[in-house]
Design a protein around this ligand. Structure first.
Ligand code: NI
Length: 405
């Protein structure tokens, strides 16, 4: 390996040309520094300080810490009267022990950038550089958001009022399903509403040898889990993507003891608001009825999470056309299958027309490694593609909005 990690980058020529040699090296260094020192949601102290310093050094206006561990800054546009647009990157890590073997792997026990938010933070800085050198019509607000993984960060940023005047917002996620140089951009739903449920089944404890003397919540829980499999297969129209997953069962202490209580925890994913409601109703109905048939007391708790990520039609067209000028129209595609992941970018989109893109982050020939696993390692080329796409989308949206205002 040479001393310059940027020298190993294999970037599409058109993207490489956008960055100076020193910018490539600095951004790779930033990403590796963030990666080696990951911090959990709402604890992003060092991450936040480092990003603040980096934006200050770039000469970004009004760099400020907001919403706890968030950072904002502003790249002035050419026209003071043109509407502002925003680009957003998330910055938090996950409670996972890294096992990538990378030389810049996490130094923090049990914490890892396993969703690529280190890359997202870095490509937001990359976009800042590009927008500083070639400004948009209006101002571009840089939004470095904490706590995406817990679904709290976007709402906290919105609550500061800092985005009140923003007319369009763009964000993106690395995706190792796709190769570096590709981007998935489309109008409509590109991420799912992610809601949680908890079912508590109360019975009556007994000796494992004499179940007739008690009311077994474990046998009931098993029936509830089985019955829940029919919610999507029997109640949801076949053209509507939906998922119901029970991810946790908590019950019991020993092989010969019938406990008095079992708890199921699960997630419901949907793209359409009507399906979102239907899933919550059906999960409740199935849990309550099947539990009651087992003579158990049932309590169902529904916890609403992030809504579906809905790309605005105009914002998506601008982002797609802008991306085509960066990586070529043939590399900009719609998602091949519905993405049922959740993303709190959806909260911005409830207030501001926006577009969320997925950016290819796998080198050709490399295996697919999934996000939220100890082996997740997006290609660093994605920093530069993502930065270029966000900057181009912001400029394009800004120009369109300025022309219309
Ligand atoms: Ni993520």
């Amino acid at each position: 390996m040479s001393g310059d990690p940027a020298a190993a980058l294999r970037l599409p020529e058109v993207v490489a040309r956008l960055y100076s040699v020193s910018a490539l090296a600095e951004l790779v260094d930033l990403r590796r520094t963030l990666h080696a020192d990951p911090e959990l949601s709402l604890q992003e102290e060092r991450t936040c300080a480092r990003l603040q310093r980096t934006l200050d050094q770039l000469g970004v206006d009004g760099v400020t810490r907001v919403a706890g561990t968030g950072v904002v800054g502003r790249i002035p546009g050419r026209d003071r009267k043109a509407p502002s647009v925003a680009v957003r990157g998330d910055i938090d890590a996950l409670p996972i022990q890294e096992d990538t073997g990378l030389p810049f792997a996490s130094r923090n026990e049990g914490v890892m950038h396993a969703c690529g938010h280190d890359v997202h933070a870095s490509w937001t800085v990359a976009a800042a550089r590009l927008l500083r050198d070639e400004p948009a019509a209006g101002d571009v607000l840089l939004v470095l958001q904490p706590a995406e993984e817990t679904g709290e960060g976007a709402a906290a940023m919105l609550a500061t009022g800092i985005l009140d005047e923003v007319a369009a917002i763009f964000g993106a996620h690395v995706d190792l399903t796709f190769e570096v140089g590709q981007a998935m951009i489309q109008p409509g739903a590109v991420g799912a509403a992610a809601d949680r449920f908890e079912v508590e089944l109360r019975g009556q404890g007994a000796h494992g040898a004499r179940p007739h003397q008690g009311l077994d919540p474990i046998a009931g829980a098993a029936q509830v889990v089985s019955a829940l499999q029919t919610v999507v297969s029997r109640r949801v129209p076949p053209d509507q993507p939906a998922v119901v997953t029970v991810g946790a069962i908590e019950a019991g202490t020993a092989h010969n003891v019938i406990p008095d209580r079992a708890v199921l925890k699960g997630t419901m994913r949907s793209l359409d608001p009507a399906i979102r409601e239907l899933l919550a109703d059906e999960v409740r109905h199935v849990a309550e009825s099947v539990g009651a048939a087992c003579r158990l007391e049932v309590q169902v708790r529904m916890l609403q999470g992030t809504p579906a990520v809905l790309n605005d039609r105009r914002a998506a067209v601008w982002a797609r056309e802008a991306a085509a000028t960066v990586i070529g129209a043939e590399s900009v595609k719609p998602l091949p299958v519905a993405n049922m992941g959740g993303e709190d970018f959806a909260f911005y989109q409830e207030r501001i027309p926006g577009c969320f893109m997925r950016v290819g982050a796998r080198r050709p020939g490399d295996p697919v490694a999934f996000a939220h696993t100890p082996h997740f390692a997006p290609a660093e080329e994605a920093i530069f593609v993502g930065g270029a796409l966000l900057a181009a989308a912001a400029r394009r949206a800004s120009a369109e909005l300025a022309a219309a205002s």
